[in-house]
Design a protein around this ligand. Structure first.
Ligand code: BYC
Length: 329
């Protein structure tokens, strides 16, 4: 459904680049969607492939930390919820690869970049899930941060990405709520359950705060992607919105957030927070976090083990096409 008229856009781009450029700028200025068949600058196309494919990789790698707990969920209800959530993340990865493919880059190329370690995915998935409370915290904090970042992407200037994000955000909000509900149940349970929730929050809080990316001053892409209407709200603004929304939820859970500098600033109308350890962030982004190697190895193994499925699907597609067009065979 996403791949209509891709060749046409490449042809028309060569002929009327100047008119097309003006049409593109006018479209962005009027806040209308850019569609796959429309002319777009190469840099806009490249930026979208980078961001959407990294986002898709994050959804797929993001299945691993939670997948670790499927066989150890404490009840049938929690196991069913966890399975459904992980399947949703897989689905998000697939919509996003489809959206990125409309820009002319084959999925196999994007996936190879992940497997080779050339493409990024979210830093957050390079941390381990040590206890069952970590699963709830991923739902509450990681999906909570993801929603904060992704709601504005529903208004992204590129049509297929914006439309994929609408469905993804609907599902993510369920993920966030199931995480919070699981933690609320635990925090109102025994003292050791509450302690387990506190311990998980202590370990995940700062990596989640880092998820929004470098500070605005250090963000290399923000200025241009905001001009193009891809990104609508800056990294720091989203981080602040997330912290402001999360503090009262932590109070409801009866836990503390591990930041001694976290306090309400009435003048700004926001919570102030302590310094972020950017050395840790870049170390994780650059491949040296607690689980980077393990995550990539798991993806490489899965890719290898799935080779027969891809071969069978290609053979099936070939057979169907030969049956539909016998003369071409
Ligand atoms: N981790 O100029 P900047 C999920 C990179 S999945 C790793 O600010 P930009 C979920 C950045 O890519 C969550 N790398 O970049 C799934 C760039 O490097 P390159 C994923 C990061 O693009 C399962 C460099 O740092 N969400 O929700 O303007 C279960 C400079 O940064 C990170 C998305 O992908 C990071 N945290 O802004 C539960 C949303 N941050 O590419 C949940 C879509 C930055 O030049 N993506 N970098 O090599 C975005 O909104 C933006 O791409 C970002 C970064 C806010 C992530």
């Amino acid at each position: 459904m996403y791949t209509q008229a891709m060749d046409l856009s490449r042809e028309s781009s060569a002929k009327t680049a100047t008119d097309a450029e003006r049409a593109f700028e006018a479209r962005i200025a009027a806040d209308r969607k850019v569609e796959p068949q429309d002319w777009m600058p190469d840099a806009y196309r490249r930026t979208l492939v980078r961001q959407i494919s990294q986002h898709a990789h994050s959804e797929i790698v993001g299945m691993l930390p939670e997948g670790n707990w499927v066989t150890r969920a404490p009840s049938l209800k929690r196991k069913a919820i966890l399975l459904a959530k992980i399947q949703d993340e897989g689905g998000h990865g697939l919509y996003l690869y489809s959206a990125a493919e409309t820009l002319g880059t084959p999925r196999s190329q994007m996936q190879q970049a992940l497997l080779d370690g050339r493409a990024k995915y979210s830093s957050i998935f390079n941390y381990p899930t040590l206890t069952w409370a970590d699963v709830g915290v991923i739902g509450w904090l990681v999906d909570g941060a993801a929603i904060m970042n992704q709601i504005p992407l529903c208004r992204c200037s590129y049509g297929p990405y914006a439309r994929a994000m609408i469905r993804i955000c609907k599902e993510e909000s369920f993920h966030q709520r199931q995480g919070f509900e699981s933690l609320l149940t635990m925090s109102r349970g025994t003292d050791s359950q509450l302690a387990m929730v506190q311990d998980a929050v202590n370990r995940w809080w700062w990596p989640v705060v880092m998820m929004f990316g470098p500070s605005d001053a250090e963000s290399i892409h923000s200025a241009q992607t905001m001009k193009w209407g891809i990104k609508r709200i800056s990294n720091d603004e989203l981080r602040q919105k997330f912290i402001d929304a999360t503090v009262p939820q932590a109070e409801l859970l009866g836990i503390t957030l591990p930041d001694p500098d976290l306090r309400w600033n009435a003048e700004r109308g926001h919570y102030d927070h302590g310094p972020i350890n950017w050395d840790e962030f870049w170390q994780v982004v650059n491949g040296d976090g607690p689980c980077n190697r393990e995550r990539l190895q798991a993806r490489r193994d899965a890719h290898e083990r799935g080779a027969w499925v891809r071969e069978a699907a290609a053979a099936h597609a070939r057979k169907r096409s030969e049956r539909a067009h016998p003369a071409a065979a």
